[in-house]
Design a binder for this molecule. Structure first.
Ligand code: DAH
Length: 345
């Protein structure tokens, strides 16, 4: 009996079709409603013998699923049809497509740098762009009369705060200080960010640019660790076989200090316009953190040592993309930015 009913209704459902929302609603009420056919059949099912139940249970469930699936399919279809009627549009026609934006080349380079150092266990830290004299200069061992404190280079905002004059930070080294003051060693972090210098804007200089600072402080950190870390970084960023060399230099906050060159990314060391025929290009400053700086930040310089480095993101981007005019980075010219489309969104 029940089996026959199901067979009959199955045929009815299979044959049913409509593009009218009203008719579909009738279908829903008739089969799936609270007083509908499926409800009735399930009620009848309760009364059948246990043997019959075993066979019919499966049939019944399939029947219910069939009714539900039919309803859902027709509902999706009628919705489209109804909207088409409302709007007078054919929604199945292909759209016009839209242009996807591009990442800024500096953001691409910053991300690449961050990813490489992440692999070595460096975390990312950030600090404020408006800084006091202590974090930007004094704690970093800048002598009182150091020219970098001059009005020439620094955008001063306010004279004489609690921790000295307030200015726009001139480098991301200030974040090193904040990190060491606020935490306990070991530290292993890179600190990307924007920095400001009071310079006339030209193709080769800008009043703001971007840096990535690196800091590693622990027991027994040596210059060899510094060299190996930076060597690895360069192989990852510019490809295996890129050479590095260190030249002695001076920074108030590192001792000893060095500048690192890499073999020219364009001519691979043969000599070209970019490297001024030398085969080498400078990419960053680095050194062992001066014990004075560690002590200024409350870290025992007898127990701990560390290295630091700082590089300009624009510089790294120039060597990667050969962008010769710094101003392009901040003009937001879509024709320039579009060139750096990437599959990484
Ligand atoms: N702060 C330096 C600058 O802006 C860059 C730098 C050099 C950072 C050496 C360092 C370092 O941490 O060790 O020119």
């Amino acid at each position: 009996m029940l089996q026959e009913k199901i067979t009959q209704y199955t045929a009815e459902i299979n044959a049913f079709s409509t593009d009218s929302a009203d008719e579909l609603e009738q279908f829903r009420i008739r089969f799936l409603g609270t007083k509908g056919i499926i409800k009735d059949i399930f009620d009848e099912f309760k009364a059948v013998s246990p043997e019959e139940k075993r066979v019919l249970g499966k049939v019944l469930n399939e029947f219910k699923q069939l009714a539900e699936a039919k309803y859902q399919t027709l509902k999706d279809q009628t919705e489209v049809t109804e909207t088409k009627k409302d709007l007078g549009l054919d929604l199945t026609l292909p759209g016009e497509g839209f242009e996807i934006g591009a990442r800024h080349p500096l953001a691409l380079v910053r991300r690449e740098i961050v990813e490489i150092f992440n692999k070595l266990g460096f975390i990312v830290a950030e600090g404020p762009e408006i800084e006091d004299d202590w974090h930007n200069f004094s704690a970093l061992n800048f002598p009182e009369e150091h020219p970098a404190r001059d009005m020439q280079d620094t955008f001063f905002i306010k004279k004489g705060g609690e921790k000295g004059d307030i200015a726009l930070r001139t480098h991301t080294s200030s974040v090193q200080v904040r990190m060491m003051e606020e935490g306990k060693p070991p530290f292993r972090a890179i600190m990307p960010g924007r920095v400001y210098r009071n310079e006339a804007i030209s193709a080769r200089a800008h009043c703001f640019f971007h840096q990535v600072e690196g800091l590693y402080v622990d027991e027994n950190v040596s210059f060899a660790d510094l060299k190996q870390t930076l060597f690895y970084f360069v192989q990852e960023l510019y490809g295996e076989g890129t050479k590095v060399r260190f030249r002695p230099s001076y920074f108030p906050f590192t001792e000893p200090s060095a500048e690192m060159d890499i073999s020219c990314t364009i001519c691979k060391g043969a000599g070209c316009q970019l490297c001024k025929q030398s085969g080498w290009v400078e990419i960053l400053g680095c050194g062992m953190v001066d014990p004075n700086v560690l002590e200024n930040c409350g870290i025992d310089s007898k127990k701990y040592s560390g290295f630091a480095f700082g590089m300009g993101i624009e510089r790294v981007a120039n060597l990667k993309f050969e962008i010769k005019d710094l101003r392009l980075f901040s003009e937001n010219d879509a024709r320039f930015l579009k060139q750096y489309k990437t599959s990484l969104i």
